[in-house]
Design a protein around this ligand. Structure first.
Ligand SMILES: [Fe+2]
Ligand SMILES: [Fe+2]
Length: 134
């Protein structure tokens, strides 16, 4: 699985959302570097990065949900999108909790989740859908 580089084709056309997506990708890439190149005793750095990640993810999802209301995105679609956010956030939080409780391999589950389900599917498809209402 390669590291993910931002490209303009991923822009949904809203400066703040695009900036938050780029920040999230940067944090994810830090985590990727840490997990793929450092030795196993990476807990102090990992803690900082996952705290940063959890904060970025929750802030970003709340921002998007508020934005969708403001731009008149249909209520039903907002509910569907928010449900996906809640599911993603719950998965991230449960992996972080597993890591904190001593599961040394928990963080490895974050990368496929973030790069696959969240990045590729969510940014490129789900977030792109509300860009038509901007
Ligand atoms: Fe997003
Ligand atoms: Fe989203």
């Amino acid at each position: 699985m390669p590291m993910f580089n931002w490209e303009t084709k991923y822009a949904i056309g809203h400066a703040e959302v695009d900036s938050q997506h780029q920040d999230l990708i940067a944090v994810m890439n830090h985590l990727y570097e840490l997990l793929t190149s450092a030795p196993r005793d990476v807990n102090s750095q990992a803690e900082r990065i996952i705290n940063e990640l959890a904060l970025h993810v929750s802030t970003h999802f709340a921002y998007e949900e508020d934005l969708m209301v403001r731009i008149g995105y249909p209520t039903e679609k907002i509910a569907q999108h928010a449900a996906i956010h809640n599911d993603m956030l719950a998965k991230v939080q449960s992996i972080v909790a597993a890591h904190r409780s001593g599961d040394a391999r928990a963080l490895e589950d974050l990368l496929p989740l973030l790069y696959g389900e969240w990045l590729i599917d969510h940014i490129c498809e789900k977030d792109m859908d509300f860009s038509g209402y901007l």
